[in-house]
Design a binder for this molecule. Structure first.
Ligand SMILES: [Zn+2]
Ligand SMILES: [Zn+2]
Length: 101
């Protein structure tokens, strides 16, 4: 590195870098060669499971015991609410047992 004013060689100093003629230098951060020792952040790998699958329901297909409750809504009347359990693992859909009130 050389001084931006007089092109002299810059000498590292306790209070910062200075050239041989005493011009104070601002060392750009890109010049810092200190190695980044921080370990790489662990990558969140999706295991394919549905994060909404929090309901206890054993899938009739793969026997996974957590499922997402999918409410379809009322059909023809306001009496029955139709819901389905969507398997958190294989996404197989089972009709919810009984009526959900
Ligand atoms: Zn200088
Ligand atoms: Zn399943």
């Amino acid at each position: 590195m050389f001084c931006t004013i007089c092109q002299s060689i810059i000498l590292p100093d306790k209070s910062g870098a200075k050239c041989t003629n005493g011009h104070k230098q601002t060392i750009p951060k890109t010049q810092i060669t200190e190695k980044n020792t921080l370990p790489p952040l662990p990558i969140q790998v999706s295991d394919g499971k549905n994060i909404l699958a929090v309901h206890d329901h054993v899938c009739t297909k793969c026997h996974f015991n957590k499922a997402e409750l999918v409410e379809i809504g009322c059909f023809y009347s306001d009496e029955d609410v139709v819901a389905q359990y969507k398997c958190g693992k294989c996404a197989h859909v089972d009709l919810a047992e009984g009526k959900l009130r």
